[in-house]
Design a protein around this ligand. Structure first.
Ligand SMILES: Cc1cc2nc3c(=O)[nH]c(=O)nc-3n(C[C@H](O)[C@H](O)[C@H](O)COP(=O)(O)OP(=O)(O)OC[C@H]3O[C@@H](n4cnc5c(N)ncnc54)[C@H](O)[C@@H]3O)c2cc1C
Length: 496
């Protein structure tokens, strides 16, 4: 007997609250990957608007764009994007010191010993040069050069216009089937028995029911916190900056292919060049600097004309105790915030959406999926947190109470162990699922002034002349590649 045809289970209804970068990234990815299996509705309020910052990214954005089928040319044109090869850190170790955290790998490692051990050995002989001499991305950035090629020679990310990016994603998501509803959410309804969210009610009276709710309402965290009272792990004792002034300005020079992160007495400032303007911001600790002083300091340090009044943004560093709670998952600023020193927030949104697609709750229960998701999220967030603390803690600056307090800080054990390992043996590592590669840890630890006491002695078994030749060849190869690249600004002009 042929089995009776079964009716397919009803499609899961996903409701996204909020249409900033997080909301539209989630909507686009979900509809591109799970169309036909789910319905997606996004609610956003034009009156409330978005946070309007978040313009520097890391290379994982490209992997994500491949995953959801974003066309790079269209993206660059729509968001006035420029290319980014890393971040220049100015004044972090000492006021006059500078180092670069470049994307891509540095030098050449072996199975036994990573490149920094070879560099340390060369240093012992006196012919090492700078560690950054062996980074293609750093050398290209230093000369303001960039080009795309088929071999993907350079590891790169983008600087983008955040508002235009949300608009661009919307232009993909809506035709693909996402339903957009404009309006202010005034009520979040819950089931009487288990507190599950059942619907969002808008000012207009419209009621939007769903099975899974994604909170992308920014710092308001309307669903995950205001409604579900999930709780927040506050990390501000480790990272005390809690405010930023942001302003865009006219460009006075050709855009460089890197973000600048310039330390000041009570925090740091960013400069992010786009095709048509520059994004500027001053991050600071309100316990150490007044808002008026911060605003004045920001404006005094910008090169062009400000395009509007600086906007004040308040934040607390930390993350939700559960990023996924019941039938509500939070993304973006609603899930937490670690300051943007390494441009990680948009990355965290993209990783979380990818995991959601992999862990999508098609059944009636999702407790085990949520538990696994939350454990992964926590690990990822804590690794990012540690990496950011590293920049503050390993400083020789002591001219202000802010920097003095950073040096003497009790840091998380996980970070203390890493620093001790590097100091003792030049050993660094990338943990399972970790964002930051070994090269990143080494670049920042060296840049922040640690010179390891010892290194792996494998390179010492090579004759010094052979080591020197190998390093010279590496530098020559990099110089030849960089010399063949056009200036970033020229490339952009032709490309965009
Ligand atoms: C100072 C600063 C600098 C940053 N720099 C970077 C960076 O360089 N790189 C990076 O990766 N990230 C950065 N970020 C983080 C980045 O801005 C965010 O991760 C990203 O913009 C996502 O924001 P969001 O979508 O979560 O929130 P938002 O942009 O705030 O969007 C919230 C959405 O929710 C809607 N909403 C809220 N309440 C309601 C309601 N009641 N009814 C209906 N709709 C509602 C709003 O209208 C809006 O659409 C930075 C953040 C800050 C604060």
């Amino acid at each position: 007997m042929t089995p009776a045809p079964q009716t397919p289970p009803p499609r899961k209804r996903v409701v996204i609250a909020g249409g900033g970068t997080a909301g539209w990234v989630a909507a686009t990815a979900l509809i591109r990957q799970l169309a036909g299996l789910i319905d997606v509705t996004l609610v956003e309020s034009d009156d409330i608007g978005t946070v309007g910052v978040g313009e520097s990214t890391i290379p994982t954005i490209r992997t994500f764009h491949h995953f959801i089928g974003v066309d790079e040319d269209a993206f660059i044109r729509a968001t006035n994007a420029t290319f980014k090869l890393g971040i220049a850190f100015e004044g972090w170790d000492r006021t006059d010191a500078r180092y670069f955290h470049a994307f891509g790998s540095v030098g050449r490692s072996t199975f036994v010993a990573d490149f920094q051990h070879f560099w340390m050995e060369a240093r012992r002989h006196g012919f090492a040069g700078d560690y950054g001499d062996y980074s293609l991305e750093l050398q290209a950035a230093a000369q303001h050069r960039f080009a795309l090629d088929r071999d993907e020679t350079l590891a790169y990310a983008y600087h983008l216009d955040a508002t235009a990016y949300a608009r661009f994603l919307r232009s993909i998501a809506e035709p693909a089937g996402v339903r957009r509803v404009e309006g202010r959410i005034t009520q979040v309804q819950q089931a009487a028995d288990d507190g599950r969210i059942t619907a969002l009610v808008l000012e207009s009276g419209e009621r939007i029911e769903g099975d899974l709710f994604i909170d992308c309402t920014g710092f308001r965290a309307l669903l995950i916190e205001q409604t579900l009272k999930t709780g927040f792990d506050d990390w501000s004792h480790w990272l005390p900056t809690d405010r930023a002034f942001a302003v865009q300005s006219t460009a006075t020079e050709a855009p460089v292919p890197f973000t600048r992160a310039v330390a000041h007495g009570e925090g740091w400032r960013w400069k992010i060049p786009l095709q048509h303007r520059v994004g500027n911001g001053l991050v600071y600790s309100s316990a150490h600097l007044s808002d008026d002083e911060a605003r004045a300091r920001l404006l005094a340090g910008i090169d062009g004309e400000p395009l509007f009044e600086p906007r004040l943004l308040r934040f607390t560093t930390g993350m939700r105790r559960q990023v996924w709670n019941g039938n509500c998952l939070s993304l973006g600023l609603a899930s937490g915030f670690v300051e943007p020193l390494e441009s990680t927030s948009i990355h965290l949104v993209m990783v979380a959406v990818t995991w959601l697609i992999q862990h999508f709750p098609f059944g009636d229960d999702s407790a085990a999926l949520a538990e696994r998701f939350n454990a992964r999220s926590r690990r990822e967030w804590e690794q990012v947190r540690d990496f950011i603390i590293l920049h503050y803690h390993l400083t020789h600056r002591d001219e202000t109470p802010f920097w003095q307090s950073r040096r003497t800080l009790d840091i998380p054990d996980s970070l203390a162990t890493r620093i001790a390992l590097f100091r003792e043996s030049a050993m660094a590592y990338q943990d399972q699922d970790e964002l930051f590669r070994t090269d990143s840890w080494v670049e920042v630890m060296l840049g922040q002034g640690i010179l390891p006491n010892a290194h792996h002695r494998l390179p010492s078994t090579m004759p010094a002349a052979q080591l020197q030749t190998a390093l010279t060849d590496l530098k020559r190869g990099i110089a030849a590649k960089v010399g063949g690249l056009p200036k970033h600004a020229d490339f952009l002009r032709r490309y965009a």
